[in-house]
Design a protein around this ligand. Structure first.
Ligand code: AMP
Length: 435
């Protein structure tokens, strides 16, 4: 046993003030998800290792694996998408498609920890299972936009692309499907190594100079979504699969617009690769303009993954919000509740004789739906009790002395300003709620 009293690197403890923000994030997401008709699902954190094997691509080495007490080979889930695929296959007789489900929970990745990169990460997933309609892709994009707005984000952009675009870009540059894989891996690093890095990597991988420049020109296209798609359609005109991808993206963004997503909140980004190997169609991720923090969420269409379990293809589109990143960015931007305690007020105890009346008042206010903490030591000086409430960050303290009791009143003290008001007992709950 290690003598260190220490949590594992890349996994976080969240003390109450952080949890207040996290629970606000989760509650806000749930309310938006349910407004779109998504239903909750929960699955275990541990799966049979073979359920996860061969599903996520190169990062499979990051999966935490071990043998359980029965000697079974098991693994901590890497995401909530592969478990969803397992669930759909296992319960397909009971599910009605299209099926919209959300799942909020932790996954584990043995990554090198860094800014926004953890080994235990909570994600909030939404997926529409059993539909290949571009309306489903658009629903997910409208939902993510509404979710971020509900959380208070303003400056963010959703980058949108399609798996078949990069393939098409490689093909019209004269590369075969095998070489396209290398192109795709190099482009996936664009954010980390820049255009020059991608150029160097493609050249080192044996891609001809001309082809490299053509690829870089295509993935660097930027501008209004319709213009970029028109340009891509023209430059990829010899490649049927890529043209189908362009048409699919066109359909998706027309539905996205119809659902009220403003033009400045999405863009076509042909360079978007997204690491996970199960994507087959649209791919997207959303970034905040400030502070720098990778993607807040990522998703796309995966029409074949579930088929690996279900024995028949079940087209699906979905996304995962990274709750760790939402949390870190919201903390940095000062978004969300600023409260440091869940209690709005401390019910002080004026003197040992006043304890029963004070506890009864606390009970009455709790029954009215208010979060009230009670002082625990009836003998403690009132000043000490107020100091405790203030240091905890509680906005109010309530004082019930013999005189207030006799007049049916309560003193409500605002601990931030020091102001205090004597209110009729019957209006205290309403007053606290309003304040
Ligand atoms: P993925 O499941 O890889 O598609 O990622 C979806 C989202 O989860 C990303 O956009 C991030 O917000 C978040 N995420 C992925 N990996 C990590 C990690 N190691 N630590 C924290 N958040 C992560």
């Amino acid at each position: 046993m290690s003598s260190r009293v220490q949590n594992i690197r890349g996994m976080r403890d969240h003390l109450p003030s952080a949890m207040i923000l996290r629970q606000h994030i989760v509650a806000t997401l749930v309310s938006v998800f349910e407004r779109y008709g998504f239903e909750p699902l929960q699955t275990p954190v541990i799966e049979y290792a073979e359920t996860l094997d061969g599903k996520i691509g190169d990062d499979e080495k990051l999966i935490y694996r071990f043998e359980d007490h029965g000697g079974r080979k098991v693994a901590l889930r890497y995401d909530q998408t592969v478990p969803l695929a397992r669930v759909v296959a296992q319960y397909q007789g009971q599910l009605l498609f299209p099926w919209r489900r959300y799942a909020i929970g932790q996954s584990y990745r043995g990554e090198r920890p860094g800014r926004g990169r953890y080994r235990e990460l909570w994600q909030a997933d939404v997926d529409i299972v059993g539909s290949s309609s571009p309306v489903a892709d658009a629903e997910i994009i409208a939902l993510l936009t509404d979710s971020l707005v509900a959380l208070g984000f303003t400056g963010f952009t959703t980058l949108l692309s399609h798996r078949q675009l990069l393939g098409g870009i490689a093909r019209v540059s004269g590369l075969d499907d095998a070489a396209a894989g290398n192109v795709y891996r190099a482009i996936d690093k664009l954010d980390k190594i820049g255009v020059d890095g991608v150029r160097a990597e493609l050249l080192a991988g044996g891609v001809a100079h001309d082809a490299v420049e053509r690829i870089l020109a295509l993935i660097s296209l930027r501008g209004a979504a319709d213009d970029v798609l028109a340009e891509l359609a023209q430059r990829l005109s010899g490649d049927e699969r890529a043209l189908a991808a362009v048409n699919n993206l066109q359909a998706i963004i027309s539905h996205v617009r119809a659902m009220g997503v403003p033009e400045q909140q999405f863009t076509i980004a042909p360079s978007l690769a997204r690491g996970l190997s199960y994507y087959t169609g649209s791919v997207f991720e959303t970034v905040v303009h400030n502070p720098p923090m990778g993607s807040l969420l990522g998703g796309g269409r995966y029409d074949e993954l579930i088929g690996l379990f279900a024995g028949r293809p079940i087209p699906t589109v979905g996304l995962a919000f990274g709750i760790e990143r939402l949390h870190d960015v919201m903390e940095e931007l000062g978004l969300g509740p600023q409260a440091r305690t869940v209690a709005v007020a401390l019910m002080t105890i004026f003197s040992p004789e006043m304890a029963p009346a004070s506890l009864a008042l606390a009970h009455e206010l709790r029954a009215a739906g208010l979060a009230i903490e009670v002082a625990l030591d009836p003998g403690e000086k009132l000043g000490k009790q107020l100091q405790y409430a203030d240091r905890r960050g509680m906005p109010y303290a309530l004082v019930l002395g013999p005189d207030e009791l006799a007049h049916g009143e309560v003193v409500v003290k605002d601990l931030r300003t020091g102001d205090q008001r004597r209110l009729a007992r019957s209006v205290v709950a309403d007053a606290l709620r309003r304040m």
